[in-house]
Design a binder for this molecule. Sequence first.
Ligand code: CP
Length: 343
Amino acid sequence: MVRSRPAALPESAQAPNGAASLEAPQPDGGAAVWQRRHVLDLDDFRVDEIEIILETAKAMKEVLAREVARVPTLRGTTIVTLFYEASTRTRASFELAGKVLGADVINLTAAGSSIEKGESLIDTVRTLRAIGAHVLVLRHPMSGAPYLAAAEGDAQVVNAGDGWHAHPTQGLLDLYTLRAAIGPLAGKRIVIVGDVAHSRVARSDIWGLSRLGADVVVCGPPTLLPAELGSEHAAGLPPVAVETDLDRAVEDADAVMTLRLQQERMTAGLLPSLREYSRLYQVNEERMARARPGAPVLHPGPMNEGVEISAAVAHGARSLVEEQVTNGVAVRMAVLYLLRRDQ
Ligand code: CP
């Protein structure tokens, strides 16, 4: 297999302070910071690794702002998006990210592929590697599937969401979006509200926010919060504050991140009713009045408007929902670029 080495981004793609912005303030251009072959979770990311992604994403925003948003940086790289679950944002943004950087991008979903005939994940990974895939962007309903794919061969793997476990690029784009809106996150009170127990987004957000020093408060009905959350490294997560009363949780919050209520939780008996859930946990203007003035609201999507978030908040001045989607392209460009830079 011939490996392609990505070209450096053109100087004009770098942020105003030049290479330092693209590569982060590393004397060796960040090469010592970024040594990863895969992006599987944020739980083992150091602060400098997160910083280099967020700084690189800033330079990628400049590329995206051009009249013709195309650079040849990843020419010769083949990326396969392999999705065993539905997706709009993640799949589309990875595809666009790869194409803007000049990569060849192949999109595969379980429906319509040989996965429907029973082909295993490992055989699928081997097959894609055999056709020349350098990077696999994998979404799978089973937690840990991306680790299996990464261990299987020499393709680089990006976890695009695995079961309840992790969604690292969502976590990174949330960090980018939050920081652009409210500045440095150290000491900021960030509330994550909803179905935390079953949310891979919440887990990745908790890891990322904690690394950058935010004071994370998780809020939701006790049935939708991971057991023992709040104690030291409970449920494999860093320590966070826990609050089951949303009015108290949003008091003086710097930002609120609301999660999609997965409706199957209703049938599992984890909630009394949608109406009750909305009454207690919907993020609406009345509740947000308790937060700091102008505190933004984020949602990873897709939203159940009128359930976990009111339409007025979802589409109002506080909403960062569209910024999250827009920034997702730049952050995923940054991840793909860094992964391929030294291959
Ligand atoms: N946030 C997120 O993962 O959205 P999609 O399921 O549409 O990719």
